[in-house]
Ligand binder design. Structure first.
Ligand code: SF4
Ligand code: SF4
Length: 96
């Protein structure tokens, strides 16, 4: 059977939701497999972390981090607007 090779480049984007720690990652590919948005592509190199192909399309569900068997191998960083916390405002005293 004829072998077909594809060359792909990660799509450039201003956000960087996923970072890998190459010292901890064992390259099992579970994170890439669980991602419903296909953001991550398994590395062609055995034992290496997946490639973050489409960082701008991540919706920060955290499934990739939860499925990882090596704590600290993958980190998800939420954008600033997702980290906002709404707190009740103090009531102003009535004007007399
Ligand atoms: S946070 Fe969710 S959408 Fe983003 S890469 Fe991980 S599994 Fe995919
Ligand atoms: S699930 Fe964890 S150990 Fe496996 S490839 Fe992803 S980051 Fe690496």
């Amino acid at each position: 059977m004829k072998k077909i090779e594809f060359t792909v480049q990660p799509v450039a984007c201003s956000v960087r939701p996923i970072t890998y720690n190459e010292d901890l990652c064992i390259g099992c590919g579970r994170c890439a497999k669980v991602c419903q948005c296909d953001i991550l592509l398994p590395s062609p190199e055995k034992g290496k972390p997946p490639i973050v192909m489409y960082p701008g399309e991540c919706y920060y569900c955290g499934a990739c981090v939860m499925v990882c068997p090596k704590p600290g191998a993958i980190t998800l960083e939420h954008p600033l607007m997702n980290r906002a916390k709404f707190v009740p405002i103090k009531e102003e005293p009535p004007v007399s």
